[in-house]
Ligand binder design. Structure first.
Ligand SMILES: N[C@@H](CCC(=O)N[C@@H](CS)C(=O)NCC(=O)O)C(=O)O
Length: 218
């Protein structure tokens, strides 16, 4: 079987979340790096694959898919159905999906809204209300982890891997996670997961790129 092609940009958290899931599922992957800073995602050959020009995008034989959460659930359903990372039980899956949407629509959405002006408009600071919104989302995540080791229960799931990509990005941006004891314990627990170091490297690259543009630390 041919490897799954992943169009990837290592500093992108959504892109890293898919690679983390691929590493944990032990899937054969061919990584094609698209440098978004150099506009490689806007070239006609990639636009033909994904007219929305976003990473991550996968090509699995003749099947094309983008949107990180759609990709990670597809990968489990296609290659390791009912594995512990995304069990088939509807109620377990419901909670995992809720955490995945929390990452996309709350935590990562708030991170993105804080950093987009820095990346795109030359801003050199993050307004306090955007910092507060991120802390508020971290508090919610910390509450999810009350009395359990993983974000959706007693087992590591695809939601942990996606949230790891986001939380490591915040860590490398200089956000102080120490006020969230459940998150720091969980983050430490994540350090033995396959792909952790690779994700860490990309998060560090992103954190350094943003920090170099900020007048004062996060
Ligand atoms: N919700 C999408 C977000 C994907 C996304 O916005 N990726 C960014 C990099 S972090 C990107 O490709 N930006 C390039 C563009 O939008 O043109 C997902 O989870 O996959």
């Amino acid at each position: 079987m041919a490897p799954i092609v992943l169009y990837h940009f290592p500093i992108s958290a959504p892109s890293r979340s898919v690679l983390l899931v691929m590493r944990n599922l032990e899937l054969d992957v061919e990584i094609k790096i698209l440098n978004l800073m150099a506009g490689e995602h806007m070239k006609p050959d990639f636009l033909e694959i994904n007219p929305q020009h976003t990473v991550p995008t996968i090509v699995d034989d003749d099947y094309i898919l983008w949107e990180s959460k759609a990709i990670v659930t597809y990968l489990v359903e296609q290659y390791k159905p009912d594995c512990e990372l995304y069990p088939a039980d509807p109620k377990t899956r419901g909670i995992i999906n809720q955490r995945l949407y929390f990452d996309s629509t709350v935590l990562w959405a708030r991170v993105f809204s804080a950093i987009a002006p820095i990346m795109r408009q030359g801003a050199t600071s993050i307004p306090q209300d955007r910092k507060d919104a991120i802390k508020d989302a971290l508090k919610t995540l910390n509450d999810y982890l009350d009395g359990q080791d993983w974000v959706a229960g007693d087992n590591c799931s695809v939601a942990d891997l996606c949230l790891l990509a986001s939380v490591s990005t915040l860590d490398k941006l200089g956000v102080d996670l120490n006020q969230f004891a459940n998150i720091t314990a969980w983050y430490d627990r994540c350090s033995t997961l396959p792909g952790y170091d690779e994700n860490n490297e990309g998060a560090t690259g992103f954190g350094n790129a943003i920090k170099s543009k900020l007048e004062e630390p996060f």
